[in-house]
Design a protein around this ligand. Structure first.
Ligand code: GLC
Length: 655
């Protein structure tokens, strides 16, 4: 639904019919020119077809009735459908959202996940013999919905490693975990190139550099989809197409202004990597796009035929399936979450309609019967679905065990490689094995804070350590490494005398969040101590007491921390490390005799780190640290003078 806001089109209502007609013709011509500029901005890629696969697809397509075809295009949530209903409606795919578990039991075992998947599969095959069902899930940092699975650091941390081989290994391990539970499809990777870190999904992005996103996104798809036909790999999802991370002020599901070439070269970079890796599914973005070169508001991506079909399917030759986001069709003008021919006509093939799938099916069948959705479009969507389904073995080759969902040493390595040292004091780190350490900050003993969003539940903050029986907090890891008698924990730092210790380890943290619930509102700013004042209070109690303070910050984004760094001798961006807290202790404490000596701090920022509370942009010209910033353990940028600390309350940042 494009709406031109160009000066010419704004004049239109003021003109007489003759001139208006001429202008309208001109507008149509202008639209054609704009469409060309959008499509031409992307590289042309051929569609490569496999004749035997296509023959199988055509044969299966012929067996389906209209209603069965629509059933193949419908994706309910597991809380809203039973196996019997899957059979009755010939449903082709289901998903579990964050916080959706078999039997609504967050402690469901891999075997219970597997059993439900097999029930859904059996029902689907009864309805449409030979056409299997796919179960999709947000495995975005390990199989994060399932208790016991190893949770890896989120994308922002992996971006700081810049290590494509590590990302590929993590993705292989994630695919194995997803297959252990009997599922087939991971809604990952997010390929956002975030422009404003106020976005609540910044941590799902590898970084601000399109080339890094392309390289790591390709590695993730390769790792996830390896062994698809052997029942080891899973379908990957390039998401959210396109420019989800480019919205004004980082507002989740907002409007992304970009020229056609920015759309392709910045926000599209990850998709070229994913296509190079043979990604089989793409998820449409909730966001909207405005062509900032032609002043044309294209509106919601879920209704954008030029991009979903003209660019993705035709220009880029993508012949997998496009899935909508959660009730995303309901945001298309003129649509509801139960009824949206416009989204299907624009190029959505599988509609994620978690709870309103029954009316959706009825409305869509009616729309086809009334000619509002061409049958050719339905057949194209179902061909794509069948092509994807016939590209993998739906039976799993992985045992349904917790061990199959775990890769703690790999995750521990990822934690080590992702830590970024922003301030250091020569010789302070690593601490000697003999050190007596005071640990402060409640997050030091909190796996929910360590894991972040998308962890067991959607938001991640409604969990406790008991939800992560496999996890190790930083506190536990320090006790393991130094000896329990050398580590004292004082969450708010009000009970112990810092002078009695050799060093203090302070752990500060954002409260976990996901999606829009993590957006920094325009009435707020990036000052961490403004949103978590207790963290500043903890540091004020332990700094300046004659003992060195090593501070770690768990966050999903860069934050303004001058007041915190000034009260620290070393300051480490730890992102959201996941379940393997030992990866942090490995760099904080020296190895024992015979243990491997790690190469120190190798993580480097994939976003700039703010020097002020309003430095939201990924392109800040004078940040504290630029992209690529960070210290190795040996070198030390000793900030001779403290970082500037403007008075609080910081005025609301300029819009
Ligand atoms: C969410 C997210 C998307 C996720 C989907 C299913 O709203 O936008 O990334 O894959 O719904 O949970």
């Amino acid at each position: 639904m494009r709406r031109s806001t160009s000066p010419t089109s704004l004049l239109l209502p003021l003109l007489g019919p003759g001139l208006a007609a001429a202008l309208l013709t001109g507008t149509a011509a202008a639209q054609a020119v704009e469409t060309d500029s959008i499509v031409q901005a992307w590289p042309a890629r051929p569609t490569i077809r496999d004749a035997a696969l296509e023959a199988r697809v055509e044969a299966a397509l012929k067996t389906l009735t209209l209603r069965q075809k629509i059933g193949q295009m419908t994706q309910p949530e597991i809380r809203a459908i039973t196996p019997d209903e899957v059979r009755e409606h010939a449903i082709g795919t289901v998903l579990n959202g964050g916080g959706g578990w078999p039997g609504q039991d967050r402690a469901a075992t891999p075997a219970q996940w597997r059993a439900l998947s097999e029930q859904f599969q059996a029902a689907a095959l009864q309805a449409t013999p030979g056409i299997p069902l796919l179960w999709g899930t947000d495995a975005v940092h390990g199989h994060n919905n399932v208790r016991g699975a190893t949770l890896f650091p989120h994308h922002i941390a992996l971006g700081a490693t810049r290590d494509a081989d590590l990302v590929r290994d993590i993705s292989r391990a994630t695919a194995r975990a997803v297959r252990a539970s009997g599922l087939h499809w991971a809604f990952a990777p997010t390929l956002a190139v975030v422009q404003d870190v106020r976005w609540g999904r910044t941590y799902e992005s590898y970084g601000a550099d399109p080339a890094l996103v392309r390289r790591l996104g390709r590695a993730e798809v390769e790792g996830l989809q390896e062994g698809l036909k052997d029942g080891r790999g899973v379908l990957a999802t390039a998401k959210h197409f396109v420019a989800d991370g480019g919205t004004r002020r980082g507002i989740d599901q907002g409007v992304s202004p970009a020229t056609p070439s920015e759309l392709a070269q910045v926000h599209g970079a990850g998709y070229l990597g994913a296509l190079d890796a043979g990604v089989l599914t793409v998820m449409a973005s909730f966001s909207s796009w405005t062509d900032s070169a032609a002043y044309v508001e294209h509106g919601k991506m879920h209704g954008n035929a030029t991009l979903l079909t003209g660019v993705l399917k035709e220009r880029l030759g993508f012949d997998g399936l496009v899935v909508s986001d959660w009730d995303g069709i309901g945001q298309v003008p003129g649509c509801t979450r139960e009824d949206c021919p416009a989204a299907i006509n624009a190029g959505i093939d599988v509609i994620m309609v978690p709870f309103h799938w029954k009316p959706f099916i009825e409305n869509t069948v009616r729309a086809v019967e009334q000619g509002r959705i061409p049958m050719a479009r339905i057949d194209d969507a179902v061909r794509r679905i069948l092509r994807v389904k016939f590209s993998l073995a739906t039976a799993s080759a992985v045992p349904p065990t917790v061990e199959a969902m775990q890769a703690p040493e790999l995750a521990r390595r990822a934690v080590r490689e992702s830590l970024v040292l922003l301030k250091n004091k020569p010789g302070l780190l690593p601490l000697p094995r003999s050190a007596r350490v005071l640990v402060v900050g409640a997050a030091a003993d909190s796996l929910p804070h360590q894991a972040g969003g998308w962890s067991v539940t959607w938001q991640g903050r409604d969990t406790t350590n008991a939800d992560y029986p496999q996890g190790t907090t930083l506190l536990a890891a320090l006790r393991q490494r130094l000896g329990a008698d050398h580590v004292v924990f004082d969450a708010d730092a009000s009970h112990q005398d810092p002078k009695q210790f050799d060093a203090i380890v302070a752990v500060l943290a954002e409260t976990p969040y996901a999606e829009g619930e993590g957006d920094v509102r325009i009435t707020e700013n990036l000052r961490h101590s403004r949103r978590q004042p207790r963290d500043l209070a903890v540091l004020q109690r332990v700094s300046g007491r004659g003992k060195p303070v090593v501070t770690l910050l768990y966050s999903g984004r860069p934050l303004y921390v001058n007041d915190l760094a000034n009260r620290s001798d070393a300051f480490i961006a730890a992102w959201q490390p996941g379940t393997e807290g030992a990866g942090m202790a490995d760099l904080l404490v020296a190895p024992a005799a015979g243990e491997p000596a790690w190469p120190g701090f190798t993580g480097r920022l994939s976003f700039p780190w703010p020097a002020g509370p309003c430095q939201f942009s990924s392109h800040e010209r004078h940040p504290w640290w630029p992209v690529g910033g960070g210290l190795s353990g040996k070198e030390a940028r000793v900030d001779a003078k403290p970082l500037p600390e403007p008075a609080d309350p910081q005025p609301i940042c300029p819009l």
